[in-house]
Design a protein around this ligand. Structure first.
Ligand SMILES: Cc1ncc(COP(=O)(O)O)c(C=O)c1O
Length: 347
């Protein structure tokens, strides 16, 4: 069998045809398809509107600018996440403040977030890690402006409501291996029209009456055509993820090993299937031998880049977790091969 990658996009003929149609239309850049994609995403998350951007990182950057976050302001984020959040904070010359995570859900820990909050805290960015909603209700209740980072969790729900409907602003990513993809791409959703207008203004630099620092963070119609076709298949894509997760759950349950947590008030979409195990090295080696790409779910916690200490649960998660391949285009035979390789290590 060929190598089983850790992630792989799921592209069908309808998507190829949709991109082909834009190619033939002669209008490739930001246009009608982008507007349509914005409307669909806004309606899916129950937001008043959405603005498409070139990446999730661009979405985070413009969200911070729209909230007026700048030099000397503090922004709280968890450390168990990719550096995109850190970069966005540094783009606006604000100060990143790291919070520890919950050991079961791997999401930002609310109690630690409260401890790290100061009078300089201007915002908190809350990623819903690996497809599982964070404690977003409790966090919003703290009264600090919340940017929901939905890059890994499009389609998941908290207390029956779609994630992306809780923060002042919500950011999505459509990177090639995300829940739905456009190659690179992102979106910011919100109810506040004023914030959305600011973001719409900042993502494009041309044909403006005044000059100020603006960006080229536009999404193209080529990308949006792919995104539109993907978002229409979202329920099917998520159901396949959940079906694979059920097989992994059953495997772990048989061995009395912990399956990924999912509190009863949330719906997991299993963007990643992250297991806690002391046998990380053994699993990574077994994967290499079998041609299966197991990975650490976070390449490096942010405190390691920043030379900080004092995040025991993040450290433990970094050392004791492995992410298994899980994506809609994973075939039954590939899932079987993964279970076979897991059997050799997790007895
Ligand atoms: C939680 C989270 N936020 C933000 C991003 C950044 O998204 P993008 O790669 O589209 O800039 C990612 C991407 O990996 C992510 O996982």
């Amino acid at each position: 069998m060929r190598m089983i990658p850790h992630s792989r996009p799921t592209i069908d003929q309808g998507e190829i045809d949709a991109v082909d149609a834009v190619l033939r239309s002669g209008r490739l850049a930001q246009g009608e398809r982008v507007l349509e994609f914005e409307k669909i995403l806004a309606s899916l998350t129950g937001a008043g509107g959405a603005v498409a951007v070139s990446s999730g990182t661009a979405g985070l950057h413009l969200s911070l600018l729209a909230l007026g976050v700048g030099e000397g302001d503090e922004v709280v984020i968890p450390g168990f996440v990719c550096p995109a959040l850190l970069n966005a904070i540094l783009y606006v010359r604000a100060l990143p403040v790291l919070a520890d995570i919950d050991r079961e859900t791997f999401n930002i820990d609310v109690r630690d977030l409260k401890r790290r909050r100061t009078e300089k805290t201007k915002a908190v960015i809350v990623p819903h890690m690996f497809g599982l909603p964070a404690d977003i209700g409790e966090i919003v209740a703290l009264g600090v402006p919340v940017i929901e980072d939905c890059a890994q969790a499009l389609g998941s729900r908290y207390e029956g409501l779609p994630i992306g409907s809780f923060g002042v602003l919500s950011v999505f990513s459509f990177y090639a291996t995300k829940v739905i993809c456009t190659g690179e791409g992102g979106m910011v959703a919100a109810n506040d029209r004023h914030l959305l207008e600011k973001i719409r203004d900042l993502r494009d630099y041309d044909e403006k009456d005044d000059h100020r620092l603006r960006y080229n963070y536009k999404l193209t119609d080529l990308q949006a055509a792919l995104g539109l076709a993907q978002i229409r298949r979202l329920p099917v894509l998520i159901e396949r993820r959940r079906a694979i997760a059920r097989q992994y759950d059953a495997f772990l349950r048989e061995r009395r090993l912990p399956a990924p947590a999912c509190p009863p008030d949330r719906e997991h979409i299993y963007y990643r299937y992250v297991i806690r195990t002391k046998q990380v090295a053994g699993l990574l080696a077994a994967g290499e031998e079998a041609g299966i790409a197991y990975r650490r779910p976070v390449f490096k916690p942010l405190q390691h880049y920043l030379g900080m200490t004092g995040y025991p649960r993040t450290e433990k998660a970094f050392i004791e977790t492995v992410s298994l391949p899980i994506y809609p285009s994973l075939s039954d035979a590939e899932v079987e091969a993964i279970l076979h390789s897991l059997r050799s290590v997790l007895k």
